[in-house]
Design a protein around this ligand. Sequence first.
Ligand code: A4P
Ligand code: MG
Length: 181
Amino acid sequence: MSRAVVALGANLGDRGSTLRAAAAAIVALPGVRPVASSREVESVAVTLDGPDTTKPRYRNAVVVVDTDLEPQELLDALHGIEDTHGRTREVRWGDRTLDLDLVAYDDLSLDTVTLTVPHPRAGERAFVLAPWHDADPDAVLPGVGPVADLLERVGDDTERVDEPRLFDEPTRASRPETSDS
Ligand code: A4P
Ligand code: MG
């Protein structure tokens, strides 16, 4: 059993409902079980030209799961869930109904044509770090450092959305290994 961290993002459609449905779909995958989840944050869309306030704002969240799936199997399953939610891929970093990124998988360091883990931009992005820290305050980005320190370094420019965590609280209370602060 391995521990995986998945970042969820959406800036088109009913973003909150999509993130919630995607989180439910992730933990419903065979060989995946829920560990912890964040609340949602909102932030300005980052495009290849930098932050763009003319684009729809993003909702982001993070889920932590335990899984028997290999990293590529998990990514393939995440892509299937993106497709279910009408994800299209015209422009890199373009607007999207749902983006699911594999942020970390145990302490694994992997770089193939289709999968780089840890996600190479995770440590620079408050919209990943803030919800990850919310889901797991003790989280460490493998090979880089504590998420709390990275978030302090980049500065948290996200806004917390006043909604519950993506999973129900009982799941959070029963999660193994991490403290519940
Ligand atoms: N890929 C490689 N490693 C991974 C990984 N660890 N997780 C490959 C997921 N995918 C990974 O991804 C392109 C290819 O990356 C995949 O086919 C997969 O094999 P994609 O989702 O099709 O395209 P993308 O998301 O546009 O590209 P990329 O480079 O993954 O973008 P990012 O880094 O995910 O950034 N602004 C805000 N505020 N919030 C956001 O969530 N997200 C992005 C996308 C840009 N701006 C944003 C946000
Ligand atoms: Mg992506």
